[in-house]
Design a protein around this ligand. Structure first.
Ligand SMILES: *Cc1c(COP(=O)(O)O)cnc(C)c1O
Length: 404
């Protein structure tokens, strides 16, 4: 069982007042609050341990290089990768997906090949493929989801063909909360001869990842959404694929030998990490992953499933409120609209009540349009959210309705 009061006490920002009101933070899907252990880790690295990594032959640098590589090892274990060599540190999930498109995509795909994505993708898992398709005369295909936001297996299978070379899908939608069956998608994609790229930016926060079970070829997530620092993300790739890929950016750290005429490149993951990395942030992210593991996935899943059910029921009692994304299998993301109130006005009034939610198209403009809206409000939970947050949200929405 999760001791929610103890968990909440781990996150200092939650105890601040917002507009004189209790901090009701419901925007974890945009970026999560940080536990004290992560803040301490950053402070400790920067005040007592700092030096560049992989370069110095002095003890500060050697020690921090060790910790940076331990962070990679911790990350590999967190997602059940076969080896830390399969973990490339990036800035965020956006950079991770761009990296796959610019290296694997650009070097392996040819004119006429197809890339298949779902209707539910974040712009980060849409635009890199759109650009690549334009550059290399590929075809970007989009398979339909159901109107309630759930995965449409028939639509996926009928869009898949032997021309499909990449299937890029989200494991959990940041707008609808839908959890996609990655194992099943990967199996069908591989049978068709395609590689599978998973955007696990939301999923990673709410459920354990096993990349070997998924059998995905690439996978991306961001440190800041999983209670870690900004500026650090992960690109997982199967080692045999990474070994066969050209570099992303070039410069220091990613080389084997350099002459003025010719450069040979380091093996992965160094090949994909040009320049000085986000050292303190990588170590801080590893601390966040450790924090999640210490809470225990079983406890988190149990706690959040109960809260998702509670929130879904509570929102369904609000007159004039329509939930957007009601798939049976969904995580803690609740998009909605309220009759006669523009989401922006709603968010403004909620903010007066200390409630932070997001509005807009949530970096998934085509998806929000496909669901029939220009803009929606979104409340999202983290491991520190509780029923009181939901109760206050509902009360604030009811209050907002009295103004219109
Ligand atoms: C947030 C998010 C991204 C992008 O993450 P960044 O950290 O902004 O790079 C991609 N996909 C999904 C599903 C997200 O929620």
């Amino acid at each position: 069982m999760l001791n929610i009061e103890k968990v909440r006490a781990d996150f200092p920002e939650l105890s601040l007042l917002i507009n004189g009101k209790r901090n009701t933070f419901l925007d974890t899907a945009a970026s999560a609050q940080k536990p004290q252990v992560v803040i301490d880790s950053l402070l400790e690295t920067l005040t007592r341990k700092y030096a560049n990594v992989h370069r110095g032959s002095y003890s500060l640098s050697e020690q921090l290089t060790y910790e940076y590589e331990q962070a990679r090892k911790q990350t590999a274990e967190f997602i059940k990768a076969r080896s830390p060599k399969e973990i490339v540190f990036t800035r965020n999930a956006t950079e991770s997906i761009n990296l796959v498109a610019a290296t694997y995509g650009r070097s392996k795909l040819n004119a006429g090949d197809e890339i298949l994505i779902s209707e539910a993708e974040h712009h980060a898992n849409l635009i890199p493929w759109q650009m690549l398709a334009e550059e290399k005369s590929l075809k970007l295909k989009v398979f339909k989801i159901n109107d309630n936001g759930s995965f449409n297996k028939e639509a996926f299978l009928s869009a898949l063909s032997d021309k499909t070379k990449i299937v890029a899908v989200t494991a959990m939608s940041n707008v609808l909360g839908t959890i996609f069956p990655i194992e099943e998608i990967a199996k069908a994609a591989h049978q068709a001869g395609a590689k599978v790229v998973v955007d696990a930016c939301q999923y990673a926060v709410h459920a354990p990842i096993d990349v070997q079970n998924w059998d995905c070829d690439f996978m991306a997530f961001s440190g800041h959404k999983i209670y870690g620092p900004t500026g650090i993300g992960v690109m997982y790739g199967k080692l045999e694929l990474l070994e066969d890929m050209p570099p992303y950016q070039t410069g220091g750290e990613m080389i084997d030998t350099v002459t003025y005429e010719k450069t040979t490149f380091a093996p992965p993951p160094a090949r994909f990490e040009a320049g000085t990395p986000a050292i303190a942030e990588a170590i801080g992210m590893a601390e966040a992953l450790r924090y999640v593991e210490n809470l225990g996935w079983k406890n988190i899943l149990e706690y959040e499933q109960d809260l998702v059910e509670y929130a879904t029921n509570a929102l369904s009692t609000v007159k004039g409120l329509t939930q957007v994304g009601t798939a049976a299998n969904k995580g803690g993301v609740f998009s909605f609209v309220v009759d006669k109130i523009h989401p922006q006005d709603l968010a403004f009034i909620l903010n007066q009540e200390g409630v932070s939610i997001r509005t807009g198209h949530h970096c998934a403009e085509p998806l929000v349009h496909r669901m029939g809206y220009e803009t929606v409000a979104r409340a999202s939970i983290g491991v520190y959210s509780n029923k009181e947050d939901i109760d206050i949200l509902i009360k604030a929405i009811d209050k907002a309705k009295t103004f219109f």
